[in-house]
Design a protein around this ligand. Structure first.
Ligand SMILES: Nc1ncnc2c1ncn2[C@@H]1O[C@H](COP(=O)(O)OP(=O)(O)OP(=O)(O)O)[C@@H](O)[C@H]1O
Ligand SMILES: [Mg+2]
Ligand SMILES: [Zn+2]
Length: 399
């Protein structure tokens, strides 16, 4: 068995160490040449592995500092990677991609791949402090109402939880809190302990909603400032567990309340949900601008109700036109995080209190959410980290 630390090999020039056989001979011979000289094989595999560009990160594994160890044994190459996003369901897909990428170096050897997620806190607006227990707050917003923001937020939270992360979901939509319904918590009331609210647990996700606090039958009489105060309180005075992500279902639109929230909530990134119609895209652009104004990074755009999938025959149709989300993403230099189908089963799952990711985990619909969640978390992983908790604040006193 041979294990060589990454540091030792970083400085080596691979080419100068390759024998002519390895460079000129056909793949099978090359492989034998490599494997007969284990240290060269190790260097070659490391270099090739490091050069693999992960499609979710849009970074190479070397750039992402993902390679923890490479071990060569007879008949097997064991690779351990650490990724900055939840990856419990990613190993099979990545393994296939790496097997292809590492040929012909791998030859007949088996690839053993182990993934570990290390989710770190990322920077928030400069004027704000991150929220105690919560590593990353991710705002899910939309320029206009009814585009599927709440459905997307619920499935995003559940997808991250399914992928192995510790997740919370805060329903901040004062106009129409729908997470109690979607998460199967209608009528539930959070308990208080030591003057703090205990979030409710649904499908493994901690949930808090402004809907738990207000009587839904009563007309909305709160005015802006009161509402934002109530929300910041709800955020700060909830006893969240140690969370990797807290998904916030924002009120739709780009008015004063939304702007104030975007300024007050310490957010690591925002996701904009839109439908493909021009009018919705126009509003989504306003949402993008709003977050830019308050220096919140937009992780990308989710196009909801992209195509209609008939639940009878499965045939697919672009009812609202195609490619709008992609064009918008290109135009504004943000990522298209996902294109989700318009499918009656998505609505039925959400209305039934168990969104698609948990009620039909094997379906293509759930896969679309899982992919979107992975892309979102990977995008966040490439952004600036929050160093405020790693180092004590240094104050210089004048004497
Ligand atoms: N991809 C989808 N396929 C089918 N139905 C969907 C899809 N996404 C959302 N819906 C349904 O559309 C309706 C609106 O969705 P949702 O409540 O998530 O939107 P919203 O943007 O949060 O709306 P609001 O502005 O009222 O908060 C819901 O009934 C939901 O179940
Ligand atoms: Mg909603
Ligand atoms: Zn049909």
């Amino acid at each position: 068995m041979l294990t060589v630390s990454v540091a030792v090999h970083r400085g080596l020039n691979l080419d100068s160490r390759l024998c002519h056989t390895a460079r000129r001979c056909p793949p099978a011979v090359q492989y034998i040449a490599y494997m007969n000289q284990p240290d060269i094989a190790d260097v070659a595999i490391r270099e090739k592995l490091g050069a693999y560009e992960d499609p979710y990160l849009s970074q190479t594994l070397a750039e992402a500092k993902a390679v923890e160890s490479v071990t060569l044994q007879s008949g097997a190459v064991s690779v351990r990677l650490v990724l900055g996003f939840p990856c419990a369901d990613y190993v099979a897909e990545l393994k296939t991609a790496l097997q292809n990428h590492l040929q012909p170096l791998l030859g007949q050897s088996r690839l053993d791949l182990t993934l570990r997620a290390q989710i770190t806190a990322h920077a928030v607006q400069r004027t704000l402090k991150p929220l105690g227990n919560v590593k990353n707050i991710v705002a899910v917003a939309s320029g206009k109402g009814g585009v599927g923001k709440s459905t997307t937020a619920a499935n995003l939270a559940l997808a991250w939880a399914a992928q192995g992360a510790k997740v919370g979901l805060l329903d901040a939509d004062i106009y129409g809190p729908s997470q109690p319904l979607m998460m199967g918590l209608t009528g539930a009331k959070p308990l208080t302990a030591d003057g703090k609210l205990t979030p409710l647990l649904a499908h493994g996700v901690e949930v808090m909603s402004i809907g738990f606090m207000i009587d839904q039958e009563q007309p909305m009489v709160w005015r802006g400032p009161m509402v934002t105060q109530a929300l910041t309180q709800l955020l700060g005075e909830t006893n969240w567990g140690e969370l990797d992500y807290l998904v916030v279902d924002m009120p739709p639109g780009t008015g004063d309340i939304q702007l104030t929230l975007a300024q007050r909530v310490p957010v690591s990134g925002a996701v904009i949900v839109t439908t493909p119609q021009d009018i919705a895209l126009l509003d989504a652009r306003k949402g993008l601008k709003m977050f830019e104004k308050v220096e919140v990074r937009v992780l990308g755009v989710v196009e909801n109700m992209s195509v209609h999938v008939c639940n009878q025959c499965g045939h697919v149709e672009h009812v609202f036109g195609s490619g709008g989300g992609a064009r918008m993403a290109t135009q504004y230099g943000v990522q298209l995080l996902g294109e989700l189908p318009l499918d009656i089963r998505i609505r039925e799952d959400a209305d039934g209190g168990a969104p698609t990711v948990v009620s039909e985990p094997g379906s293509a619909r759930a896969q679309a959410y899982l992919q979107m969640a992975r892309r979102t978390a990977a995008r966040l992983a490439t952004l600036n980290k929050d160093y405020s908790r790693a180092f004590p604040k240094i104050t210089v006193e004048a004497t």
